[in-house]
Design a protein around this ligand. Structure first.
Ligand code: GLN
Length: 296
């Protein structure tokens, strides 16, 4: 007879306690608090087998989010699979920026200390959000597009991805969370014709192809096409910027997430694309991780 407590102790040989609790909670469909309160509960054979298999897979390097099938982003649960990049906390910065640029429908206080707009700016932009047309390029799990659709209900959201498997997940997330997003299979702008947007956001692949991080840890299990982008990691960003001005409305913003060491080249690429009012924002760690400009 193995209890919850005993199963967690046994797993400690292979995994940190928090990860073991998450996996057992997933098997039992219970919260961490429930596990604590019911640690004398006896597990049946199926539960033990399922837990042992997840512990072994995690010990072998598979990301927790893929094992449990979900990851939280901006306060909501997003379904994920190995077809999509796992949502990262640093990408919430793009959401904060988008809310400030097209106007939030509720007063939100930025959680990012490096990110500040004058108090009045958010309010003065609320009018602009009336029917803001927003595009999310390379939507993956859909976490950016779905979050923006829910945070700015009056905006019109479009989201594209080259991967049909990713779009399947993104659509499921939109449906489960009740977000209205127009999804299109598209290689960046290819399926968008002459459409223009008030705001374009993207968390494109931006890791250099030879970066050793790609062959280590959780990144090994994520889709390479969502992570790596040419010798300097900037191929996707160059490609997006080459076409972006033709898809921005007058005064429309383009904002990109990029690598911790790409602030300079991305600023230069934004300027070379003819975008004005270039701004750069720091993430929670104080590193510039998002840059944007607008079409004048
Ligand atoms: N921020 C991710 C990482 O470093 C990379 C995501 C991306 O390439 N868009 O793991």
């Amino acid at each position: 007879m193995t209890t919850v407590a005993a199963a967690l102790v046994a797993a400690r040989a292979k995994l940190p306690a928090g990860e073991a609790r998450l996996l057992l909670g997933h098997v039992l469909q219970q919260s961490a608090a429930w596990l604590l309160a019911h640690d004398d509960q006896v597990l049946d054979e199926d539960e033990l087998l399922a837990f042992a298999s997840l512990v072994a897979r995690r010990a072998g390097g598979e990301p927790i989010a893929y094992l449990v099938g979900f990851r939280e982003f901006f306060g909501r649960e997003f379904e994920v699979s190995s077809a999509v990049l796992i949502p990262r906390p640093e990408t919430e910065l793009l959401i904060e920026i988008a809310l400030a640029k097209v106007g939030a429908c509720r007063p939100a206080v930025s959680t990012h200390p490096g990110f500040r707009f004058a108090a009045g700016e958010r309010n003065s932009r609320q009018a602009e959000s009336a029917a803001a047309r927003i595009l999310d390029l390379g939507t993956g799990s859909g976490c950016i597009a779905v979050t923006l659709a829910l945070e700015i209900p009056q905006a019109q959201l479009a989201a594209v991805d080259a991967s049909a498997a990713a779009l399947l997940i993104a659509r499921k997330n939109a449906e489960r969370l009740g977000a209205h997003v127009r999804f299109l299979q598209s290689d960046w702008f290819s399926a968008l014709g002459g459409e223009r947007f008030d705001l374009i956001v993207a968390n494109p692949p931006y890791i250099a192809a030879a970066d050793p991080h790609l062959a280590a840890g959780d990144l090994r299990h994520e889709p390479a096409a969502a992570l790596a982008s040419g010798a300097d990691g900037l191929d996707a960003i160059r490609c997006i910027l080459a076409a972006a001005p033709a898809h921005l409305a007058s005064g429309g913003w383009l904002w990109l997430e990029h690598g911790y060491d790409q602030a300079e080249p991305v600023r230069e690429l934004l300027a070379a694309a003819g975008l004005a009012d270039i701004e750069q924002c720091r993430d929670l760690a104080g590193i510039i991780r998002a840059s944007g400009g607008r079409l004048k």
